[in-house]
Design a protein around this ligand. Structure first.
Ligand code: FDA
Length: 395
């Protein structure tokens, strides 16, 4: 005889736990299973151990999804303010950082503890180190093989996340379930991820590792971000690169304004008038890190000479160089270091109001497993909370 539950949720991460708590509060009998040893492993390492759990400013345009309207319903049914209220109810101290990002003051563990406390209901059971071997549709719902036990449920929620950070238990399980039930997939790639560089660029910039520069970066589709760029020994990173990586396609270049707050033409002309014998290298080293200027000279992008020798054509070339520094990444560091997975279960096959598969009654997808990826800044967790919440009202 199979054990029976109203709801089985596969994946005890952010979205799965939120969904479990909500369904449990409605009196539904819920079983949450995970193949890992403990819940919320990504929450625990997120935000440098402080979990950037949401953002004061959340809107549909903070998400990458083939259907840009899909996220609107869930984000309005369960907003950042709802999650902040839950955090406050559990007396978790939090702080605002740049761009409205909210982090725990103490530890990301507080968020996991809070979710587990919300799930602490007679209706909700959790089981860990469970492998799901088989799923089939029955007349009344679904039948699953969990390790060696059969379980039946009316509603099945897939909350297995994306592919990023395989060492934290990421698997393509959710995509396989989607395919099993005939849902379409949007091809997946790593998002919010550092860029790697072609050999020449890598060699030229590797020694700049650790240097950060505030820039504006633009993808070929016109999307821009203003934040810090960080040179690393592998390539380019920092928040601005992670953000733009979600809008970059292989073979494309990104254009970086290295001096976004400066009129380079005006500044260099003024410097030339005041210190005509000063070298270009020394002049530019007052505007940007000296090691960066040296690297650009060494690789032949810039020619060092006294400012007075700069003619207007060279000046114009410098202006466009610094405001439109174009670099074509070789690729990304991939899922190993990516914060999210772009693509996933195609939202066209899901109800935006409930997260239920349109063609498979009782089957739900929540969180990162679907083709919804947020910007850096707490947006991915907000999607996990919002999508988990709405599914929790309907399972
Ligand atoms: P999540 O990945 O959280 O959970 C999926 C669960 O399913 C896991 O517990 C996994 O073990 C389980 N699972 C997978 N396959 C299974 C299988 N076959 N059988 C059973 N169980 C299975 N976002 C943000 O908003 N703010 C932040 O600060 C950060 N920081 C951050 C840092 C790092 C290093 C990473 C990698 C990611 C972030 N993120 C983030 C992104 C955020 O962590 C992510 O978007 C959410 O955790 C997604 O929540 P889900 O519940 O969808 O998946």
């Amino acid at each position: 005889m199979a054990e029976k539950f109203d709801v089985v949720i596969i994946g005890a991460g952010a979205a799965g736990l939120m969904c479990a708590a909500e369904a449990g509060k409605r009196g539904r009998s819920v079983l949450v299973v995970d193949h890992g040893k403990k819940p919320g492993r990504k929450i625990l390492i997120s935000g440098g151990g402080r979990c950037n759990f949401t953002n004061y400013d959340v809107a549909a345009n903070n998400y990458v999804c083939r259907n840009p309207h899909f996220v609107k319903s869930a984000l309005s049914q369960y907003t950042q303010w709802d999650f902040i209220a839950m955090v406050a109810k559990h007396d978790i101290a939090y702080e605002e950082r740049d761009h409205g990002q909210l982090f725990c003051e103490d530890s990301a563990k507080d968020i996991v503890k809070m979710l587990l406390a919300e799930c602490d209901l007679p209706t909700v059971q959790q089981r860990y180190q469970i492998d799901v071997h088989h799923i089939e549709k029955t007349e009344t719902g679904f039948r699953l093989m969990l390790n060696t036990e059969a379980v039946e449920c009316q509603s099945l929620v897939i909350a297995t996340g994306g592919l990023s950070m395989p060492k934290l238990g990421a698997t393509p399980f959710g995509y396989q379930v989607a395919e099993q039930f005939g849902l379409n997939m949007v091809p997946t790639t790593a998002g919010l991820v550092p860029f790697t560089l072609h050999k020449e660029d890598k060699e030229a910039f590797a020694e700049l590792s650790g240097i950060a520069v505030p820039v504006v970066v633009e993808a070929e589709n016109g999307t821009t971000f203003r934040e810090n760029l960080l040179f690393t020994h592998r390539g380019l990173s920092g928040p601005v690169i992670l953000q733009i990586s979600s809008y970059w396609l292989p073979g494309q270049k990104v254009t970086i304004d290295l001096l976004p707050d400066l009129d380079v033409a005006e500044t260099l002309t003024a410097m030339r008038d005041k210190h005509p014998n000063q070298s270009l290298k020394n002049s530019l080293s007052r505007l940007l890190p000296k090691r960066l200027i040296e690297a650009l000279i060494e690789r032949g992008d810039l020619t060092d000479k006294p400012l007075k020798q700069l003619n207007s054509k060279e000046l114009a070339a410098l202006v466009s160089y610094f405001h439109q520094w174009a670099i074509a990444p070789n690729g990304t560091e991939g899922y190993r270091t990516a914060e999210v997975t772009l693509g996933g279960v195609d939202t066209d096959g899901l109800s935006s109001k409930t997260m239920e598969a349109k063609q498979v009654p009782g089957l739900y997808f929540v969180g990162e497993v679907m083709d919804v990826s947020g910007w850096l800044g707490g947006y991915n967790f907000q999607w996990a909370w919002s999508s988990g919440f709405v599914a929790g009202q309907h399972v």
